[in-house]
Design a protein around this ligand. Structure first.
Ligand SMILES: NC(=O)c1ccc[n+]([C@@H]2O[C@H](COP(=O)([O-])OP(=O)(O)OC[C@H]3O[C@@H](n4cnc5c(N)ncnc54)[C@H](O)[C@@H]3O)[C@@H](O)[C@H]2O)c1
Ligand SMILES: O=C(O)C(=O)C[C@@H](O)[C@H](O)[C@H](O)COP(=O)(O)O
Ligand SMILES: [Zn+2]
Length: 333
């Protein structure tokens, strides 16, 4: 299956096919220097499979986890490209989850002011969400994605067979972004989460979530308006993630908690049983003043206002301007 992300400039194809990891050469030119960036949790055999298809492939392995989305690791990667004399004709491949994707994309966007970048996502989260749309970033002082760029990949290769090795916690963590996509844009996608066996619908869930993201990004690539709906649950979600120093709860888990604050009671009644089946928590303890302080750095905040995303009807998101003091109010419960 192939989808095309149709952008004014920098459009690209998303290939979704079992085993495509072994057939990259059929679709892209690997007859050049290629830096394959992956992490310690991604099975090494995936990187070797990609390397074997490159004329001159290098593998750079970073530590697994959010801490690798840092200035320090960013610098190490740029230095590695420089040491190997990478030129503007060469390319970077992100092989892994959203951490590797966000980090590698920012490296590719910055090195020589931009070299080719290819996404090979291997987690549910990266196959559903982070590998497309071109948001690339690192964190600074526990503030999420605060230094980054919009930088679209040249192609995205989704091999759902790679998910067979993904731990269960990460599997459900990633599915939260698809549940989000259903809540904001696609009622039928949401309904798949109400089925008895969620994993049985995995391929359709990924496909439909990709279609939501594609449609939104095609309309508003740089998040001037509509794209803000993809941030549903993230204002409080990111703040909880940061409050726990980006190490205790995963991104999707925090987004799941964040979304609950911005949906109607009726919607919540349908969402909570789904969370239970996905082994997600609906809240965790935190100091609301500290979370509020972090939240004020949200990219959708300006002055004393913030744009929030609300879901009162499944499949339909609404953008509202709130005073930051109103967000403080709901955090206090
Ligand atoms: N750019 C975007 O649009 C966007 C969208 C959503 C989330 N994000 C970002 O993505 C990040 C989260 O991504 P994630 O959930 O993929 O986390 P992750 O990249 O940390 O990957 C999760 C874990 O799975 C391991 N792993 C990856 N592939 C595997 C495989 N096939 N088999 C076994 N283990 C595997 C990794 O080593 C890691 O330990 C966050 O930093 C979040 O902010 C970005
Ligand atoms: O692609 C988007 O746009 C999103 O908002 C997708 C989110 O799931 C993702 O977590 C994104 O990285 C958050 O963006 P940010 O601008 O709040 O850092
Ligand atoms: Zn997200």
């Amino acid at each position: 299956m192939k989808l095309h992300v149709d952008l004014k400039e920098n459009g690209y194809d998303i290939y979704m096919e079992k085993g495509i990891l072994y057939r990259l050469n059929d679709h892209i030119q690997l007859n050049r220097k290629v830096m394959i960036i992956t992490d310690t949790g991604v099975p090494n055999s995936y990187a070797q499979t990609v390397k074997e298809q490159c004329k001159e492939g290098y593998v750079h392995v970073v530590e697994a986890g959010e801490s690798s989305k840092s200035m320090e690791v960013f610098q190490q990667l740029c230095e590695d490209l420089l040491e190997h004399n990478f030129s503007r004709k060469d390319c970077v491949i992100a092989l892994g989850g959203g951490v590797v994707g966000d980090l590698s994309g920012f490296v590719a966007a910055s090195y020589m002011r931009g070299i080719d970048f290819i996404q090979i996502p291997t987690t549910t989260l990266s196959q559903i969400d982070s590998s497309i749309g071109g948001k690339v970033a690192i964190n600074l002082d526990d503030v999420k994605n605060i230094v980054g760029a919009f930088y679209q990949p040249k192609a995205v290769f989704i091999d759902t067979d790679t998910l067979l090795t993904l731990p269960k916690r990460h599997f459900y963590n990633g599915l939260v972004e698809a549940l989000k996509a259903g809540l904001i844009y696609d009622e039928k996608l949401f309904a798949l989460f109400e089925e008895e066996d969620i994993p049985a619908h995995l391929e359709e869930i990924i496909y439909r979530a990709l279609c939501v993201k594609k449609a939104v990004v095609e309309t508003d690539e740089k998040e001037l308006g509509l794209r803000k709906i993809l941030n549903f649950g993230h204002t409080i979600g990111h703040a909880i993630e940061s409050y726990y120093h980006l190490s205790q709860y995963l991104h999707g888990e925090c987004v799941a908690m964040g979304m609950l604050y911005f949906m109607s009671e009726d919607v919540q009644k349908r969402v909570l049983p789904i969370y239970k089946r996905m082994h997600l928590q609906s809240d965790v303890p935190y100091d609301s003043d500290e979370v509020f302080e972090i939240l004020c750095k949200d990219k959708k905040a300006s002055g004393d206002h913030v744009t929030v995303v609300k879901v009162n009807t499944i499949g339909k998101a609404e953008l509202e301007e709130w005073k930051l003091s109103d967000v403080r109010h709901i955090l206090k419960g």
